[in-house]
Design a protein around this ligand. Structure first.
Ligand code: FE2
Ligand code: FE2
Ligand code: FE2
Ligand code: FE2
Length: 431
């Protein structure tokens, strides 16, 4: 039986208020939580933040009473859901531990989406972004050890590899070049629309998390590391959001937002192994069905169209967390030298024109050095080499990957060279 959320029974809007205790009471144990329960929690927080933000933006452009009342009522419910989900993070989970969780979401979610994306161009964009977040996970892992003494596997639980990828110093682009070609709302599959909206929400929240927490460490290089990676997350939001058709109306976007929430909670509920989280996903799914059916009513009323033309008649699966090591390694080996092209496309390093607009950006921001390069020098100072956690073949491949993935042009003055990196690789990292 297929699950058609327009026909399922949800929780009515007048039954969605919850007590403070119910809103705030749940938290997981950071030593016991399954890493993929944590990634679901991080993702759903991002989905709720986006739902809430969008409704405020819509309200500011809307003078229709029926619509404004629906938005006013449900903003409050989205907000309370966000609190419940985000505040599952326990007070003793450090900013860097949470950060590793965010990058694990980015890597394993993007890998899943790429493999389940029917549009080839969108898929290529997902694969492109994937390699950048993969490098962020590696860089932050060095800091989690240097600052808190933790093995990054305490967070990622050996489900996601930690190795260098396309170097972060090369992720800074002219944000105009980052813009992609949008899908056509008439022909794009609901899966594509929901995949993109899910990833935009995740990347936006990653950006927001770094924006709000990167200053909580006193170490100057770590502050700059957060600032540097936060800027890349801004580019990711810019890139992924530009894939969506900008001619979709606000009512169509509203419908897609609620549908995205429904689909994500549905998947979380089906996959969840954590006994505290599972009933939350179930309850919030029922709440979202209530939101979706009201959004569908408004869509019919103001656009005179059938909502199934936009979202179809069944659920799609926009997240599923499992180890993606093989897939990611394959993209890493084949696409580490890819760059943003000049015509909403992609190029390899050797194809870039001399006046590639991102060179000027990289030269400007990395003029005083890239903090993500200093990160590797710092851990090498302490431990002779970097932390790399993957199969032996992949760990050994790192110097070769760096040689292919690092641009010769516009290099930061503090770049860890391939020669230096090869030297480091002769040592063994001891925790
Ligand atoms: Fe929600
Ligand atoms: Fe990232
Ligand atoms: Fe990202
Ligand atoms: Fe909602």
């Amino acid at each position: 039986m297929t699950f058609n959320p327009l026909k399922e029974k949800g929780i009515a809007l007048d039954k969605q208020l919850r007590t403070w205790h119910d809103i705030a009471k749940r938290k997981f144990n950071k030593y016991e939580v399954d890493c993929y329960s944590r990634t679901r929690q991080i993702l759903m927080n991002g989905i709720e933040v986006e739902a809430w933000n969008f409704k405020h933006a819509f309200s500011r452009f809307c003078d229709d009473a029926d619509t404004k009342e629906f938005l006013a009522m449900t903003k409050k419910f989205e907000d309370a859901q966000q609190t419940t989900v985000n505040w599952m993070s326990p007070a003793d989970q450090s900013v860097l531990e949470t950060t590793l969780g965010y990058e694990q979401v980015a890597v394993d979610l993007t890998a899943w989406l790429a493999q389940n994306e029917p549009d080839e161009y969108v898929k290529e964009t997902f694969n492109f972004g994937l390699l950048e977040d993969f490098d962020h996970l590696y860089r932050y892992s060095q800091w989690a050890y240097m600052i808190h003494g933790i093995n990054p596997n305490e967070i990622v639980q050996a489900q996601t590899d930690i190795v260098l990828s396309r170097p972060t110093q090369n992720h800074h682009n002219c944000n105009i070049l980052r813009l992609r070609k949008p899908y056509d709302k008439e022909t794009a599959a609901p899966q594509t629309k929901v995949n993109i909206m899910t990833l935009v929400a995740a990347e936006q929240q990653t950006h927001n998390y770094y924006a709000e927490h990167g200053m909580q460490y006193g170490n100057e290089t770590l502050r700059c590391t957060f600032a540097e990676i936060k800027d890349v997350e801004e580019e990711h939001v810019n890139m992924y959001e530009s894939l969506a058709d900008p001619t979709e109306s606000l009512y169509e976007k509203l419908l897609l937002h609620e549908f995205t929430e429904v689909c994500n909670y549905h998947t979380c509920y089906k996959d969840e192994v954590d006994e505290m989280m599972k009933p939350v996903w179930e309850e919030f799914l029922a709440m979202e069905i209530g939101h979706l059916q009201e959004a569908a009513r408004l869509f019919k009323k103001y656009e005179g169209r059938d909502p199934e033309e936009v979202i179809g008649d069944k659920i799609v699966v926009p997240n599923h967390f499992e180890s993606q090591k093989e897939y990611v390694q394959n993209i890493l080996e084949n696409e580490i030298d890819k760059r943003i092209g000049t015509d909403r496309d992609y190029m390899t390093i050797d194809e870039l024109p001399d006046d590639w607009a991102s060179y000027a950006v990289q030269e400007a921001v990395n003029e005083g050095g890239s903090p993500n390069e200093t990160t590797i020098s710092l851990i090498a100072l302490q431990k002779d080499r970097d932390i790399a956690l993957a199969n032996e073949k992949l760990v050994k491949m790192q110097p070769k990957l760096l040689a292919r993935g690092l641009q010769p042009e516009a290099q930061a003055p503090n770049t860890v060279s391939v020669e230096k990196y090869e030297e480091m690789s002769e040592y063994q990292f001891e925790f």
